[in-house]
Design a binder for this molecule. Structure first.
Ligand code: GUN
Ligand code: FE
Length: 430
């Protein structure tokens, strides 16, 4: 005997589903798409289509509906700058950049030589980031290859989309550095480790720490590797005034901090530069000409009292700007918190008349999603659209009728994340 339930089950395609929710989607710097009763048709890890729920359910009849009508769905957040081994140092040793690095961070990162420790710490790090709605992370590991492999393994287990690199360093007073050859050998080893994992969710990114830890020769080798393997590069630039003096004394043959990177071939459209607070007009035009990307780390800049990056000014120049939590100088892995810090920094600059423009929540949401995907040259993430990955975050908010209000609640709500799906698999649920 057939009953109605068995008939419905037999014609339901189990690998296809429609997600029903209120939808917020980045479009460009100014605008956000809002669909109050939206449907997203998915097949395993891929978005088939999305739109008004009624239209989508006509287009894809007899498909299981996952009803999240009381939640808002957004694409997953993309954190473009953070440090996994520094996680235990959140809130520790408040002070300026250089003593903070020497006294707290370099000794702490040394512990990443212990694989078991590195795996467990990375696992906790990824789980926390995912619980805040981050589905893609661009992260520094430590100097150690084995610890970085453990972090890669933890990344694969967590399901997060991960761009990771061992921190390359050949300069410095203590033992926390390697020879140039060792740095390059380690990079090549990690490139093949990731290739052999045959999993596309983890990618290698070249990670020279900054011009204070890298010789010109090491930076030139990094630039060669980037070209040979078509890789992204991440580093730090122009974060702190004492740091600027230190870099000038270390690299006297270059006109500026930015010039060290220009002269060694580090800059380009696949380069991510964290902080960028104290850039001269000449340095800014170098970044513009080379298509290099700026990563705004507002909470870190406040915590280490580094200064305030003028987002609105860089935006006027049409420089690409992503957002990074920069743990542990940044005190939280929450991208919502980081967006709020970016907005508040913009408010500070405006109030003190250092900027004549405020940046908007829409602008910062764009930086945390679609603009970040463009910076990573990854057209499968950053937006809800046909053919993209199913990287979804569900937020609990209290007024589902108005875009501005929803966005403000997501950013200022101190994390309302209820559920996170990455590559079609649920990775977090309250
Ligand atoms: N500059 C060089 N290394 C670091 C680091 O680990 N954190 C920050 N905020 N700046 C850096
Ligand atoms: Fe950093």
């Amino acid at each position: 005997m057939f009953n109605i339930c068995t008939i419905i089950q037999s014609i339901t395609k189990p690998n296809m589903q429609i997600i029903k929710a209120t939808l917020i989607n980045p479009v460009d710097k100014e605008s956000i798409e809002f669909i109050e009763h939206a449907g997203i048709a998915i097949s395993e890890d891929q978005i088939l289509d999305y739109g008004d729920f009624t239209d989508i359910s006509k287009q894809y009849p007899n498909i299981e509906v996952l009803d999240y009508s009381d939640l808002v769905v957004t694409p997953g957040f993309i954190d473009l700058h953070t440090h996994i081994p520094q996680y235990p140092a959140i809130g520790k040793g408040k002070g300026e950049l250089l003593p903070w690095l020497n006294n707290y961070i370099f000794p702490l990162e040394q512990k990443f030589s212990d694989n078991n420790y590195a795996f467990k710490l990375s696992e906790a790090f990824f789980m926390k980031a995912i619980s805040f709605g981050t589905t893609t992370l661009t992260a520094f590991s430590s100097l150690h290859n084995s610890g970085t492999k453990a972090a890669i393994d933890a990344g694969l287990k967590s399901g997060v989309n991960l761009y990771i690199g061992n921190t390359l360093m050949d300069l410095g007073e203590g033992s926390y550095k390697h020879s140039i050859d060792q740095n390059i050998e380690d990079s090549l080893d990690l490139i093949s480790y990731i290739q052999n994992s045959k999993n596309h969710s983890v990618k290698y990114i070249l990670t020279p720490r900054y011009a204070g830890s890298c010789s010109v020769d090491l930076l030139k080798e990094v630039s060669k590797l980037a070209k040979e393997y078509d890789l992204h590069i991440q580093t730090h630039l122009s974060e702190n005034l004492s740091e600027l003096e230190f870099i000038a004394s270390l690299h006297p043959n270059y006109k500026s901090y930015t010039d060290v990177y220009l002269g060694t071939g580090i800059l380009g459209s696949k380069t991510l530069l964290a902080h960028c607070i104290y850039l001269s007009d000449t340095e800014l035009s170098i970044l513009k000409q080379t298509g290099s990307n700026i990563i705004h780390c507002a909470s870190s800049n406040r915590y280490l009292m580094s200064g305030r990056m003028n987002f609105a000014k860089y935006d006027e120049m049409n420089l690409k700007i992503g957002i990074g939590t920069d743990v542990a100088a940044g005190y939280s892995l929450s991208m919502a918190n980081e967006m709020r810090e970016a907005l508040e920094t913009s408010g500070d600059l405006y109030y003190t008349k250092k900027s004549d423009q405020l940046i908007s929540p829409q602008r910062i949401f764009f930086s945390s999603t679609l603009e970040a995907a463009k910076i990573l040259n990854n057209n499968r993430i950053g937006q809800l659209a046909k053919g993209k990955q199913v990287d979804l975050v569900f937020h609990k908010v209290y007024d589902l009728n108005d875009t501005d209000s929803i966005l403000n609640q997501i950013i200022y709500g101190n994390s309302n994340v209820q559920k996170v799906i990455i590559n079609g698999i649920e990775r977090f649920s309250l």
